[in-house]
Design a protein around this ligand. Structure first.
Ligand code: PBG
Length: 327
């Protein structure tokens, strides 16, 4: 018999005791549900993201309503456009009758309680597949891009966006968008900044979904180096000083230490994005029978919460909400 005063296992002895000792909670209120939309008809399945589809307007309204019924209060929209709508300067991004703007108006009238989040960046609208405008030399032009992003954000606010979410990683865009929104009378529209967005290999399936892969080069001159964490804190400082309401780390799973560091460096709510590649990994292993999908997914989401995320953008939002409901 060991002479132990401390036996940590006592706090694990049964489900009720474990519940009392539990430090982190996961619920549908912690999820933001990303949805892909397209101009065509019906649901168009995305090969590299089994279970996810590009949605037409009516399937979007249905899916958003189902999410709301599942207890998920917010969605974020990503448009898949035909090449005919893509230009070097991404003018379609601020077309008042564009796909995103139209979807926002329909969603607002169908589900007034749903919080609508929009992505701000040029890649779905850019014939170069970059988040910004490309110069003749192949550089991504910062300040010229920010001008377009402000127009995009204001047009999304006009169409009913509640939260604007810039994912482009240009310098100074949070301040410029805040000012643009305020001047247009949208002081109540929030900004969820993609503050620490890394140049990650895990966005592959998303770029398939939108056909938005860069036509040349990569995104390393604007998205962050995966080797860095101090740099994330610099971005937090800037985004907070420019008027961000919430900050985001992306991807989530491979960057849990960044989530923790960001959590400790700001009082603002912290979001983390479990991106398409994280989803695809879990799905692929589950489909092969190599992982228990339910357990692995809930553990991955709990880990992101434990690291310090208040909210998680995840393609598993509805499925996870259903699993949590089952208990
Ligand atoms: C584009 C954008 C990307 C994602 C969200 N917004 C892709 C990229 O930066 O290339 C990725 C989301 C995901 O992989 O799930 N601005």
């Amino acid at each position: 018999m060991l002479n132990l005063v401390e036996r940590p296992r006592r706090n694990r002895k049964n489900a009720w005791t474990r519940a009392m000792a539990r430090e982190t909670h996961l619920g549908p209120e912690h999820f933001i549900y990303p949805l892909f939309i397209h101009e065509g008809q019906g649901r168009q399945p995305i090969k590299s993201m089994p279970g996810c589809s590009r949605l037409c307007m009516s399937s979007l309204i249905d899916e958003a309503g189902a999410a709301l019924a599942d207890g998920i209060g917010s969605i974020v929209l990503f448009p898949a456009l035909g090449d005919d709508k893509k230009t070097p300067h991404g003018e379609e991004s601020y077309n008042p009758d564009g796909l995103v703007q139209t979807a926002l108006r329909k969603l607002k009238s169908a589900w007034p309680d749903l919080t609508l989040i929009t992505d701000v960046a040029l890649d779905p609208f850019s014939s170069d597949g970059h988040d910004g405008i490309v110069s003749a030399e192949g550089d991504i032009l910062n300040d010229e891009t920010v001008d377009v992003l402000v127009k995009q954000a204001v047009s999304q606010a006009e169409a009913g966006a509640d939260i604007i979410s810039p994912s482009d990683m240009m310098d100074g865009r949070i301040g410029a968008i805040r000012q643009g929104l305020d001047q247009a009378g949208f002081t109540h529209v929030s900004i969820l900044a993609y503050t620490a967005k890394y140049a990650s290999a895990f966005y592959g399936p998303f770029r398939d979904a939108l056909d938005s892969a860069p036509r040349f080069g990569d995104k390393k001159t604007y998205q962050m180096d995966p080797a860095n964490v101090r740099e994330a804190l610099r971005e937090v400082e800037l985004d907070v000083s420019e008027g961000a309401d919430m900050v985001m780390v992306k991807p989530a799973g491979p960057f849990l230490d960044v989530i923790k560091a960001v959590r400790e460096s700001t009082v603002l709510p912290v979001a983390a994005y479990q991106v398409s590649g994280e989803y695809a990994m879990l799905k692929a292993a589950a489909q092969n029978g190599w992982l228990d999908e339910r357990k692995a997914v809930l553990e991955s989401l709990l880990g992101i919460r434990r690291a310090g995320a208040d909210v998680i953008l995840t393609y598993y939002a509805r499925q996870a909400a259903a699993w949590l409901r089952e208990g």
